[in-house]
Structure formats: structure tokens, C-alpha cells
Design a protein around this ligand. Structure first.
Ligand code: GLN
Length: 486
């Protein structure tokens, strides 16, 4: 019996019924990775031995019948941005090629405590900077639906591993869309929780005021199951929110009757791919038929989001990445024995072109004389963007938009032009600037057979309503059942 196409809840059921053991399930996923990952390249590191040991432990838990969660024995993968004790953590960079963390990220500790099996570490754009996974120092990930296309990014390895059945689910991170945009490109579900909902401890920092971890899954119920495990206050992360965590599966099936869904006119603009436009508009009709009330809302500062993001994110990145200087960890090149030469040689060789571009942009906008004109101005406009959402959420409960302006683009198509690449995130970025939760789920296939994503945004800390609306849409349609023919 093949189980690699199962959801978490499907597999969990089979494990509970003793139809399959965790060791068998893990073995099947490892075989699947061997069979397809040479093509997809969704993993940087496969942790076979660790995974099998965790599966054996999970089987002991399952047969003792105690301490069982919906994740016990379920094989998952994680983006290579999370520190994993004894397992190499590269963040997609040559700089950390040989970095083996001495501790687990809080998120990893939580996954392990729930009994999940961690198969390995997913490919990603270097330091999570990118929208196509082509910025990885470990070769690009390819889209399981069409290997001529990118899987999106930066959590492209995570999204592709879920779509290609190389894991039951994955965890990614989202700073400006890096969970939702690859989910959209690969036809899976991707949820970015509220900023601070999930601990960032042990998650390698890109832009600390925007970074947030979240699940990539085969369906909406799985996203709720994973968020149950991931969410919660962590004293080791001062920005994590100390608020009660609801059971996200409890209200999932309540439907959308009476729910007010806002449609922001600024998100249906010229330049959007016509097939995306049609798919999202028909998704709105589906939600209306399911009982939701559709209202028009306005997010007037949307046009500034990409500019604001690329000032704030690069400024924070330039400061976060200053730590990679050859002194404490990661690569060290010491050509002359002189300290300055060591810094220069290490950073020259360790970072790729996009990371260097971001560090330069960020350093520039933070320098004396420019700070007020750029970074400070961007922070002020960020507040206006946040206020737009607060105003909109007085009129509606969730906001529905496309996740990305087009389906997955071709490998190589945007690598020469960083600006067009940056525009891939036009619909996902505002959500990070405002700190609110957002999900992407499949809502169609293009004529070329590539997935299209629907984005649902919610009020701060209201992942419940986002998940509920997503679940209502998913159950009314068949799109989540479409699978790539890999
Ligand atoms: N694509 C965006 C960027 O390149 C977002 C990345 C992310 O969310 N990590 O910065």
C-alpha cells in the first residue's frame, strides 16, 4: 500500500489503525525521495538515520497507546532555515555549508515532542531571499508540475516536496510571501500565521520584523493540525506573542454563512494574468454560494508595499547578516592572516549575488544621511499599510485576493532582472508588513496545467477564521485533489 500521497490526517488514521507503521511510512517516503528528488531537488539534506530512529520511537509510542498526537509517526520535512541539532543547516548558502547547529529551533523541538518524523531539510533561496528557489547555492528546485518552471520561493523546496509526495507536509518561512507564493506555484496549501504566533528561536534571521514560520500542506485541515503544534508563546523569542492558542481544528468546519469577505479593488489590477483573474473571481463566487457576503474594500496604500518591503527587509538583512564574517561560525577564508582581509574574503566567497545585492541596498538605506529619507519613511508608510487593513477589517472578516499575479514562471526567465522577480510578491508582501495571517490554497489550473493560488487574509491572531474560510472553499471544490504527474 502506497501512503506517500496521504495527508497528515489520512496517514495519522492509518497509523492509528495499524495499517502501516511509522518505520514503513518513513521507508516509503525515503524511497520516494530517492526516486524523484534527483529531478525535483527539493532537499538539500536527507536525514535518513535520524528519521528512522524517530520513526522507531514513534512506533513505540503508537503501540503503547500513550502520548499520541495527530503528528505521531508522520514524516515531514522542514526548510533548511531551521536549526536542527546534529543535522547540517545551510540556509541555502555556501556560507553555512558545513554548519551543524548545537541545538534545535523551538519549532523543531515542538515537532519532535509531538512525535513527528523529520525526513530532512528543504532547498530554499539563499537566506530566504528570492521568489523562485533559483538563488539556492545548492542548485534550483524544479516545479513538480512542470520541470521547465520554478516552484516559487523562497520555500520552494518545501512546497515542491509536498506536491511531489516527498513528505506528508513541510514547514517553511514567510517574510514577504515565501510560504504562500510557492504554495500557489506548486498547488498546495501554505499558511503564514500572525507575526509572533510561532516562535522564531533557532530560525535563521532574514528580516526580523517580518519573518514568520508556517505550514505547507496537502489540505487545509493539515495546516490547522500543524499550526496547533507550532503556535504558542516562547520565552526564548521576545517577539513571540503571549496569547492563548485555540484548537485550530475545532472551528474549521463551521462554514462561511454570514461571514463578510472583502475584495480589495487594488488587487485586481492591470498586469495580472487573465487566467489568474478568472480563477480567483470564480473562487469568490464559490464562497458567495456557500453563504458568505461579498463586500468591496479598499487598501489604498497597496501600491507602495513592494518599495516599503524592499527597504525594510534589506535594512534588517544587512544588519542580521553582519554576523557571517568568518569569526564565530560558518565559512572562514583567511588568505593573509589580516582580520579585514578575512572578513572580505569570507563574505566575498560565502554569499551569492542576490544576498550581496540586498546587503548593499540595506546598508545604503541605513547609512547616515539616508536613514530618514529611506528607512524612516518606509517605516512610516508601513504604518499606513497596516492602518489600511485595520480599516478594511471593520467592514469584513477576511480579505480574498490572488496569491501571485501569475502561475509559476519559467526557470531562468526572471533571474537577470531582479525587479521583475521582486514584483512576484506584489500580493503577498502587505500581509507581512501588517503582521496579519494569510493562507494560499489551490483554486485552479492554467491552460498549461500549472496551479493557481487563492489568498485569504485575516485579522491579527485570527487564523481560525482564515482557516475556516479556506476549508469552506476547499470542500466546495476539487482543486486540492489535482496532483502533478511526476
Ligand atoms: N520573495 C521575497 C524576497 O525575495 C520574499 C522572501 C521571503 O518571504 N522570505 O524577499
Amino acid at each position: 500500500m502506497s501512503i506517500t500521497n496521504e495527508s497528515i490526517h489520512g496517514l495519522s488514521h492509518r497509523l492509528a489503525n495499524k495499517e502501516v507503521t511509522s518505520v514503513e511510512a518513513t521507508g516509503q517516503f525515503l524511497e520516494r525521495i530517492k526516486a524523484v528528488d534527483e529531478t525535483v531537488n527539493a532537499y538539500i539534506t536527507v536525514a535518513d538515520d535520524h528519521a528512522i530512529a524517530q520513526a522507531q520511537e514513534a512506533d513505540r509510542r503508537l503501540s503503547s497507546g500513550t502520548n499520541i498526537t495527530p503528528l505521531t509517526g508522520v514524516p515531514v520535512s522542514v526548510k533548511d532555515i531551521f536549526c536542527t541539532k546534529e543535522i547540517r543547516t545551510t540556509c541555502g548558502s555556501k556560507m553555512l555549508e558545513n554548519f551543524i547547529p548545537p541545538y534545535d529551533a523551538t519549532l523543531i523541538t515542538k515537532l519532535k515532542a509531538a512525535g513527528a518524523v523529520i525526513l530532512g531539510k528543504n532547498n530554499m533561496d539563499e537566506f530566504a531571499m528570492g521568489s523562485s528557489t533559483e538563488n539556492s547555492a545548492y542548485s534550483p528546485t524544479l516545479n513538480p508540475w512542470s520541470t521547465a518552471h520554478v516552484p516559487g520561493g523562497s520555500s520552494g523546496g518545501s512546497a515542491a516536496s509536498v506536491a511531489a509526495d516527498e513528505c506528508a507536509a513541510s514547514i517553511g518561512t514567510d517574510t514577504g510571501g515565501s510560504i504562500r507564493q510557492p504554495a500557489s506555484c506548486c498547488g498546495v496549501v501554505g499558511l503564514k500565521p500572525t507575526y509572533g504566533r510561532v516562535s522564531r528561536f533557532g530560525m535563521i534571521a532574514f528580516a526580523s520584523s517580518l519573518d514568520q514560520a508556517g505550514p505547507l500542506t496537502k489540505d487545509v485541515e493539515d495546516a490547522a493540525i500543524l499550526l496547533n503544534v507550532m503556535a504558542g508563546h516562547d520565552p526564548a523569542d521576545s517577539t513571540s506573542i503571549d496569547a492563548p492558542v485555540p484548537d485550530y481544528t475545532a472551528s474549521l468546519k463551521e462554514g462561511v454563512k454570514g461571514l463578510k469577505i472583502g475584495i480589495p479593488k487594488e488587487y485586481f489590477i492591470e498586469g495580472i494574468d487573465p487566467e489568474v483573474d478568472v480563477a480567483v473571481k470564480s473562487a469568490i463566487e464559490v464562497l458567495k454560494e456557500a453563504g458568505a457576503e461579498i463586500v468591496e474594500v479598499s487598501l489604498p496604500h497597496t501600491a507602495y508595499a513592494v518599495s516599503v518591503y524592499y527597504l525594510v527587509a534589506t535594512a534588517e538583512a544587512s544588519s542580521n547578516l553582519a554576523r557571517y564574517d568568518g569569526v564565530k561560525y560558518g565559512m572562514r577564508l583567511d588568505p593573509t592572516g589580516n582580520l579585514t582581509d578575512m572578513y572580505r574574503a569570507t563574505r566575498e566567497a560565502g554569499f551569492g549575488a542576490e544576498v550581496k545585492r540586498r546587503i548593499m541596498l540595506g546598508t545604503y538605506s541605513l547609512s547616515a544621511g539616508y536613514y530618514d529619507a529611506y528607512y524612516k519613511k518606509a517605516s512610516q508608510v508601513r504604518t499606513l499599510i497596516s492602518n489600511d487593513f485595520n480599516a478594511a477589517f471593520t467592514k469584513c472578516d477576511v480579505i480574498v485576493t490572488p496569491t501571485a499575479p501569475s502561475p509559476a514562471f519559467k526557470v531562468g526567465e526572471r533571474t537577470e532582472d531582479p525587479l521583475t522577480m521582486y514584483l512576484s510578491d506584489i500580493f503577498t508582501i502587505s500581509c507581512n508588513l501588517a503582521g496579519i495571517p494569510g493562507i494560499s490554497l489551490p483554486c485552479g489550473l492554467s491552460k498549461e496545467g500549472l496551479p493557481i493560488g487563492l489568498q485569504i487574509l485575516g485579522r491579527s491572531l485570527d487564523e481560525e477564521t482564515v482557516l475556516r474560510a479556506a476549508y469552506a472553499y476547499e470542500t466546495a471544490t476539487e482543486w486540492h485533489k489535482a496532483r502533478p504527474k511526476l
